[in-house]
Design a protein around this ligand. Sequence first.
Ligand code: NAD
Ligand code: A1AUG
Length: 543
Amino acid sequence: MSFGLFNVPNPVNEPVKEYRPGSPERESLKKAIQSFRSSETDVPMYIGGKEVRTERKLRISPPHDHQHTLGYFYEGDAEHVEQAINAALTAKENWAALSWEHRASIFLKAADLIAGPYRARINAATMLGQSKNAYQAEIDSACELIDFLRYNVFFATQIYQQQPNSSAGVWNRTEYRPLEGFVFALTPFNFTAIAGNLPTSAALMGNTVVWKPAYTQVLAAKVIMEVLLESGLPEGVINLIYVDGPVAGDIIFSHPDFAGIHFTGSTGVFQKIWGEIGANIHKYKSYPRIVGETGGKDFVLVHESANVDEVATGLVRGAFEYQGQKCSAASRAYIPSSLWPAVEARIKDFLSEIKMGGTEDFSNFINAVIDERSFRKITAYIDAAKESDQVRIVAGGNYDGSKGYFIEPTVLLVNDPNYRTMCEEIFGPVLSIYVYEPSEFDTILDIVNNTSPYALTGSIFAKDRYVIEKVSKALQNAAGNFYINDKPTGAVVGQQPFGGARASGTNDKAGSSLNLLRWVSARTIKETYVSPRHFAYPFLQED
Ligand SMILES: NC(=O)c1ccc[n+]([C@@H]2O[C@H](COP(=O)([O-])OP(=O)(O)OC[C@H]3O[C@@H](n4cnc5c(N)ncnc54)[C@H](O)[C@@H]3O)[C@@H](O)[C@H]2O)c1
Ligand SMILES: N[C@@H](CCC=O)C(=O)O
């Protein structure tokens, strides 16, 4: 019960710490890394507030040092999926009835815990478990997750404040109920912030959740759960299970109380899930909300008026930060022949300065790709490019999976703008470049627009304002996040709401009120103060 219309603290983006040598944040991060490396972390499932362990213990290892054991997690089966659904449904009534400010307080506290006492621990878990360097981990698992938690509370209040007009004698109200049933959060390996945001955004709006992360992200997922429990999240509100995706899907997508899926991952998996939900539609009590942000083939279009250093920097950061394992990564670039020799030289300069290795050595910019499956998939593209007479390897091209899954940042120059690495999502450190004649610029716009089924992110580098406007219009549907004179990655919560269209997802913009709206079902209430007491209209009376 609330006796006040409360204002929430105004959110501001969490400042990114720099981890310079000698800084206190660097020291505490190194200690947290050492602590994870020197012991084996036990990673149970969390169902109905209880830690659940099974006979099936699976090893967790750093992608950059796959022989080392960081700990073990416990794989569940169909029974654990059922238990998690039941726990979510049991918790639903009390959670949905809790005043919004108390729900909000739990997530605001979680943000403060990550900003403070858990910062080093969640960053270290992400660095070791997902092979992200300190700076990339700080941006993701600390700052972006903190921002999601704080901004979502603010956006929730904006939604609750949206109320209808009322004419005389009437009070109209809208209440934003949680969905009936439970929400399934299915999260990817590459962003700890996304893993945290997908279950918590739905829970903030009063839903209860079954959360299944990627197996390669469970170490940081455990830290998220520790934070939520310390924040006072009641049992059963978010239930974290480690179950094979299709096993979980079979049960969840045929359950009558399935109310929605909050998904981030590959396009293929999302399309399969959408098909399953469609086939089962008659089984559900409500039409489930389907929210999915998926793959990309993100472009950088360079005009001859662009600055070479800005282009080369945007390409190297955009393509190779976190080994290119960002849905937003610059993976195809179109460069005018007039600029290409200078851009090529600058990219090679930059790449010669880049070091590759484990995340424990803070001087490494490039670390390992996530697992052996990804390593094989990415290196198969590189091997095929080496064999092809349509491709010249401009930089990189070497790899070594013996200690960790290391792949050099690789730049391919292709002579066909439809060569497969210009069209398909590789999700690794591979950038493909097509060099065009400046006179062909309009043709290139069509090619950028039509080469891939995706429409996630893209950017234009140009100084000519007429060109910038022309490209912005021509590529209006080619990207959900469009950048001018910047790399196509690095969206910040509250500043660049994130998501793509076409095959890249439902574009429900994580980190905005648009996303939170998907987790509520509005009820309109009309109250009439003096109700009519007879059916007849006044005009029926005789003159
Ligand atoms: N658009 C975005 O905002 C965004 C952000 C991050 C990642 N991504 C995309 O995610 C992908 C990389 O992440 P990933 O490799 O973890 O993705 P993925 O699709 O392999 O896995 C995502 C989740 O789905 C589960 N899953 C896999 N197959 C399943 C099935 N058949 N049924 C049910 N669940 C299943 C996985 O276990 C994981 O939890 C890339 O394609 C990337 O572009 C998109
Ligand atoms: N939001 C992130 C990408 C998340 C996908 O992997 C960015 O904008 O770079």
